[in-house]
Ligand binder design. Structure first.
Ligand code: SAM
Length: 529
């Protein structure tokens, strides 16, 4: 479906939603929890889910059990693309909103079911099973639910999830639990919830469910003063889940403040630590580095097993980096040249093989001028290099970095790194903006890459068993860097940049699962916790 058509439909929806909000009495909106998700927030939630799901869900069956006019459906369409959504269903109790959603989204194939979602979720034989739920369930307090309704909801939830829900819980607690029982195994869900579930007694049902029955990927808590809804005075959280039991040593990404994609604070917390904590909002204090609380077993982060550095800054790539064939034609001495990698946009492979002399098997091969000899020695020993150096533009010699180097054509000392991660990229499709590369050559990269040097136990292991490097690379590729590196800066056009410190904070859980032995020494090096 045409992108501009989707934009038009979303504009119409926003206008209709606005009219609905203006004409609907406040009392009704409160009783039914009718507070539409602001479009920007909806889009951020869908974007995060897209990153978190990665390639796991090539075909999507979307569902929103509390559809409203379809703010979250619109975001899913925009973010995942209409082609990827093979089916979509929304349940909504309000006829007026159903009619808006039906009219606006008719052409997109959204099935709008009018009625109480709890009834549909518990008699759902004929509803298609979703693998993606994005929802902002109705914040209807328990005193709007009569005793018989509560009893029925409690019994249904117990039957579907084995979780007891307190009679003080609002409707949203039941909607989350029953919807998760509807979601396909391995499916993803994002919930926009009032922050109270993290602390209050009746939130225990959700906390337990999130820790025991599903994989809790992320909790973001907006700053309490920064209410997400102009017309509702509740502070909000976004909870992202995958519907399968948590893997051992699972770590949850917790963030607060700012926005979902640009939080003020972000940490990973072992699930074991979170589940032992009460109330959960205490996590903020516990996450500060000065905290005295320490987890039973600290998580391993990439920074614990790799030294991570940016590639080198040459001070003038056009002058210092040459095609190897050109360097040969000019007669430049091999002793003053180092193999160099091209920028990621010219690198089509993820494994860089090497020639016999360590140069990458890439075309064209590049080399970097790098020489320690003083100018008089270069002139005497290597006249061809001396002649080339004389062609350096005066402006290049004046550059800060070049001026400070002694001699000015000596480059940073840097060993080749076996693994590289691209420093920036765009989120244009379901793939991560960052690429991991296995560098089997002696080439060093420019600063548009991050270099990963194994250290500690991991370095020792690889030294003993170099054949396992391929296995390590496969594990690294499996880590969804973008999912965790949400603090990476976003530039115009969706360009993301990833600093070494950000990559260092990515949990190495998958590595520990496969190679538990690497955790030994590194566990005591963790400084973040
Ligand atoms: C917080 S709003 C979210 C609407 C929309 N998904 C969005 O994000 O803008 C919750 C919606 O749930 C609807 N609702 C309330 N009780 C419901 C129920 N029992 N079954 C289905 N929908 C319900 C309300 O009418 C309201 O439209």
């Amino acid at each position: 479906m045409d992108h501009s058509l989707l934009t038009q439909l979303e504009t119409i929806r926003q206008i209709q939603q606005h009219r609905f909000d203006s004409r609907t009495p406040a009392e009704q909106r409160n009783r039914r929890g009718q507070f539409a998700t602001p479009p920007l927030l909806a889009r951020e939630i869908a974007q995060y889910l897209r990153i978190a799901a990665g390639d796991h869900l090539p075909n999507l069956s979307f569902a929103d059990p509390a559809l409203g006019s379809g703010s979250l459906y619109a975001a899913a369409l925009a973010e995942f693309g209409a082609e990827r959504i093979v089916s979509a269903i929304g349940i909504e109790i309000d006829e007026d909103l159903c009619s808006i959603a039906r009219t606006v989204w008719a052409e997109t194939g959204l099935q709008v079911v009018c009625g109480d979602c709890v009834s549909f979720l518990t008699n759902n034989n004929y509803l298609p099973t979703p693998n993606l739920i994005i929802a902002n369930p109705p914040y209807v307090r328990h005193h709007h639910l009569d005793l018989a309704t509560k009893r029925r909801l409690q019994a249904l939830t117990m039957q579907r999830t084995g979780i007891h829900v307190s009679g003080l819980a609002g409707l949203y607690v039941y909607v989350v639990l029953l919807s998760m029982a509807w979601l396909a195994r391995g499916g993803y869900a994002a919930w926009l919830l009032p922050a109270e579930w993290m602390d209050v007694g009746y939130g225990a049902a959700l906390r337990r469910f999130f820790c025991e029955q599903v994989t809790l990927i992320r909790i973001h808590r907006f700053h309490p003063a920064d209410t997400q809804f102009a017309d509702a005075l509740v502070s909000s959280t976004v909870v992202v889940l995958r519907n399968e039991p948590p893997p051992p040593d699972h770590c949850v990404v917790i963030s607060t403040g700012g926005t979902l994609l640009q939080p003020q604070m972000l940490r990973t917390v072992p699930l074991t630590r979170l589940s032992a904590m009460s109330p959960w909002s205490a996590i903020d204090a516990a996450l500060t580095p000065t905290s005295e609380t320490s987890p039973a077993r600290p998580p391993l982060l990439l920074g614990d097993v790799f030294d991570i550095r940016r590639g080198i800054v040459t001070g003038g790539n056009d002058f210092f980096i040459l095609k190897r064939a050109t360097a040969r034609q000019l007669g430049l001495p091999d002793a003053c040249l180092r193999p160099m990698l091209p920028p990621p946009r010219f690198l089509t492979t993820t494994v860089i093989e090497a020639d016999d002399d360590g140069y990458p098997c890439l075309q064209p091969q590049l080399c970097l001028i790098d020489c320690d000899l003083a100018e008089e020695q270069v002139r005497a020993q290597y006249p061809a290099l001396w002649a080339y150096l004389q062609t350096a533009p005066a402006e290049l010699r004046q550059r800060y970095l070049v001026r400070r180097r002694k001699p000015w054509y000596r480059q940073e000392r840097r060993d080749p790194a076996p693994f590289l991660c691209t420093y920036m990229g765009r989120r244009t499709d379901s793939k991560s903006p960052f690429r991991l590369i296995w560098n089997r050559s002696q080439a060093i990269p420019p600063n548009v890459y991050l270099m990963l040097y194994p250290k500690g136990e991991l370095a020792r292991l690889l030294h003993q068993e170099p054949d396992r490097t391929a296995e390590l690379f496969a594990i690294l590729q499996d880590i969804n860097v973008a999912e965790f590196a949400v603090t990476s800066r976003v530039y115009g056009g969706g360009l993301h940049k990833l600093e070494p410190s950000e990559l260092a904070r990515v949990p190495a859980t998958k590595l520990v699962e496969r190679w538990p032995e690497v955790a030994g020494e590194a566990a005591v090096q963790v400084s973040l916790w």
